[in-house]
Write a protein that binds this ligand. Sequence first.
Ligand code: ZN
Length: 362
Amino acid sequence: MKREVFYPPVGIAHIINKLSDLILYKYKGQKKIIINTSAQPNSSPHLGTITTLMTAFALASKIRDDLKVETVVQFDELENSPAETIDYDGEIYYKDQRHSFYNQKSKEEINMKSFKKILKQLSVFSNVPYVIRSYNEFQSNEYVRQTLINIINDKEYFKKLLFPSASDLHIRTICPTCGLGKKTIKKIEEKHNTNEMILKGFCPIHGSYEVKVTKNNTEYVDINTQFRDLTKGVAMLEEDKKSNTLTIMLDGGDWSGIWAQRVHTEGLVKLGYTEFPIRFFAPVILDWSGAKFSKSLYLKNEAYKDINSAFINYDNFIEYYGEKGMDRLWNEVKSWIDDPKKFFRDYSVDYFQMIMEEKNHE
Ligand SMILES: [Zn+2]
């Protein structure tokens, strides 16, 4: 049954005619506009991850057409996300996607397959090129590293800002030999001055080790979401200045609001910045109760058993709806970008069920 969908005019949608109007104040003829988005390759992506990726490409294509400027999508692959946990004498360790293997293949390699397929396809749909940046590449960025050092030199403030409920800052180290890292950190062991930070770690197999972070070295350091969000902001602003580009961050809508203000903007202010990156947030996919549609909850929870399994991962989606399904989903997401009141809102799983089924029978 076709139900009527309403688009109440809310917030920022009131004051703009098109999304690209929101970037005019920072667009001064830079040679390229970069739309940055990120995801953890911890499985074949579900509907929400796919629509966020689509949003990045649709936005890049719309901005290119509206402002007549070259655009590119930069995909930050978070292969540092935990892939498995291992218990050693009651202490929990983890291995990330790159260091965790299945049939001699890293989980990163396995899970990135569907991401790469999707990115390639969206690039064709939108005629926008893309680049993949690994976390390893990101952490070796000089601005990311210097910012980490600056943060640790103002530890007391940033502990309260970024880790309001924790006893210390969390910066993870993983064993340089095997990649094992401690899952929970109560207190980081480190030494620092204004030019470097030395983190101490312990591997149950290879013993004690140290990781040195300076602006220009690349020794691997694993940082969590708060640090990543903030250091990414700094790196974007600095790289944009250097390369005459304008980078826009595009994340899922669950990162908007207090997170964006506190962790990102207030963090940047404390680090001395008075200009901030432009951020857009993709609509969130919600379950019937208004909760963010979560694959891990789905897999654990009986209550989700009625949700279309095509929405759980890309492989199911393709199996059920085929390539045509991707085309339909893309047209739906593109329509959000064309109309601010369709973009600044969320959508339920039921809504997607309706549009996919209705179109399926056309
Ligand atoms: Zn080790």
